[in-house]
Write a protein that binds this ligand. Structure first.
Ligand SMILES: [Zn+2]
Length: 504
């Protein structure tokens, strides 16, 4: 009898200990990742907000007003992380995603594996799920893209997207939301698998939803395992840019709300880990389009706002961490043509993204003007139709431009319309970076006139800020490496194994 009492006591003590251990961890963990977002993208978005809200981007008191600040930059804890990978100062999203998810440095293009491609590693999402947390993965690009894939897949190359999606279907994660799948039925490239991922998802108990109504319905009627694909997806299976979003489309914030309702359990449970990626901040920066960049940065920050509302209700159990994986575009606050002044009001005339213009107004104009006289040095200046398009779609008025800006636009127009101008091939490569010459030149000039410069069409190696709020947020202050973020999160979530953890 006494022996039995003793073992009951031990049992009670063990239960108490286990409860206490759980109470010491953030139960609900959000990791927000703005792809291509560093301090420049954040400051540009705040200067834009200030302007839209009636203030001036050149007046400190206006910039400092709370309504002109992003949710992320108002968080009480900030840090800074180095982003280089094992191969270069400029990481790509695969090696950066692997750093955040697995806590290891690897080469560009590699996901969930080391640089020798010999070992595969578990992500913190997988480890969190093994300890009973629910997992949600959200992105504005395709669900098999490098950043989301880092949280569930191990592949030698990010282009093996059928293989990535096959691994996604086997995760058991409760929620996937955002864009679609690039190669759900066939190899994306040589060396890839050829599985029917839709069948695999169904066989593993996933429901796939792709209408606004059915996705929003999950807030009231959660499902065990669901894949939510935005009603409109572009040619790369990504959600549209926020600036182009059709009315029936979900924002990243709405997708985050749906994920929370679907993963949060009133009956207790072991909490969740949710990763939210603003994936197209990066794409807009590659294309050097500041307004598309700002639009997606704001959309991403609104999703952070949704997590903050959840934190208000669960202050002692929630941790929110926000960062970017690298900077893209070499975006600058300031330009040679504007020096110490900024004119963000000049951005307000842009109605849609470079991509929207490139898929709508530009091809129609080009088709109608294919027989234009390409030998004239002032083809653009004499095209009232194109000048009207520039003014209506971008707010760029020909009469406001200086001779240097007009020359650049004339060269680009000749290249786009007639496929020739007087520039050398290397000059054209540098000027247009593979984008439609006239469109990238329009955004360059529009952005420069506002005081935003671009130096590359690729990623840059500047360190990226980290913001944190909630339980244990203070652990994210300081200057550290991107791999430390995975290690900090794993430790805080009570993952007992030390990262990196090899896959079985
Ligand atoms: Zn990129």
């Amino acid at each position: 009898m006494r022996k039995r009492n003793l073992s009951l006591l031990v049992l009670a003590a063990l239960i108490l200990f286990a409860t206490a251990a759980n109470a010491n961890q953030p139960k609900y963990v959000f990791f927000f990742l703005g792809d291509g977002m560093s301090s420049t993208q954040i400051q540009a978005a705040e200067a834009y907000l200030t302007t839209v809200n009636g203030g001036k981007a050149t007046v400190a008191e206006d910039l400092l007003k709370p309504e002109n600040r992003l949710n992320m930059s108002k968080m009480p804890v900030a840090g800074m992380q180095t982003t280089y990978d094992s191969f270069a100062l400029m990481t790509d999203s695969a090696s950066a995603g692997t750093a955040f998810a697995c806590g290891i440095k690897t080469k560009s293009s590699v996901i969930g594996m080391d640089g020798d491609l010999s070992k595969s590693y578990k992500s913190i999402a997988q480890l969190a799920r093994e300890q009973g947390r629910k997992v949600g993965i959200i992105t504005s690009v395709s669900l098999d893209h490098a950043t989301p894939a880092s949280y569930y897949a191990s592949v030698t190359n990010r282009g093996l997207m059928n293989s990535i999606a096959t691994q996604m279907a086997a995760t058991g994660y409760e929620f996937f939301g955002g864009g679609g799948l690039v190669a759900p039925l066939a190899p994306a490239r040589s060396g890839d698998t050829a599985n029917d991922v839709w069948s695999l998802l169904a066989a593993n108990g996933y429901e796939v939803r792709n209408t606004r109504e059915s996705i929003v319905d999950l807030k009231n009627n959660p499902r065990d395992k669901v894949v939510c694909i935005n009603p409109t997806i572009d040619g790369s299976k990504a959600m549209p840019y926020a600036i182009d979003k059709p009315a029936d489309n979900l924002s990243l914030a709405e997708m985050t709300e749906v994920a929370i309702s679907n993963l949060y359990s009133r009956r207790g449970g072991k909490g969740f880990f949710i990763m939210v990626e603003g994936g197209k901040i990066d794409w807009a920066c590659h294309a050097n389009d500041a307004m598309a960049t700002i639009g997606d940065t704001l959309d991403f920050d609104n999703a952070v706002g949704v997590a903050l509302k959840f934190l208000e209700k669960h202050p002692r159990e929630t941790l929110i961490v926000v960062t970017g994986d690298h900077e893209t575009g070499g975006m600058s606050i300031g330009h040679a043509t504007t020096a110490y002044t900024a004119y963000y009001d000049r951005l307000l005339g842009q109605k849609n993204s470079y991509q929207h213009f490139g898929e709508n107004q530009w091809p129609a104009h080009k088709a109608a003007n294919a027989a234009a006289d390409c030998s004239s040095p002032n083809t653009l200046e004499s095209s009232t139709e194109m000048l009207a398009l520039m003014e209506n779609a971008f707010g760029l008025k020909w009469a406001d431009l200086n001779a240097y800006q007009k020359e650049k636009l004339e060269d680009a127009y000749d290249k786009s319309l007639c496929d020739s101008n007087n520039n050398s091939v290397p000059e054209n490569t540098y000027l247009y970076g593979g984008y439609e010459p006239i469109i990238v030149t329009i955004t360059h000039i529009l952005n420069e006139r506002a005081s935003i410069g671009w130096t590359t069409y690729s990623h840059t190696g500047v360190p990226v800020p980290v913001f944190a709020q909630g339980r244990d947020a203070d652990k994210f202050s300081g200057f550290y490496d991107n791999t430390d973020i995975a290690k900090k999160l794993a430790k805080l979530m009570g993952i007992r194994k030390t990262l990196p953890v090899e896959k079985d």
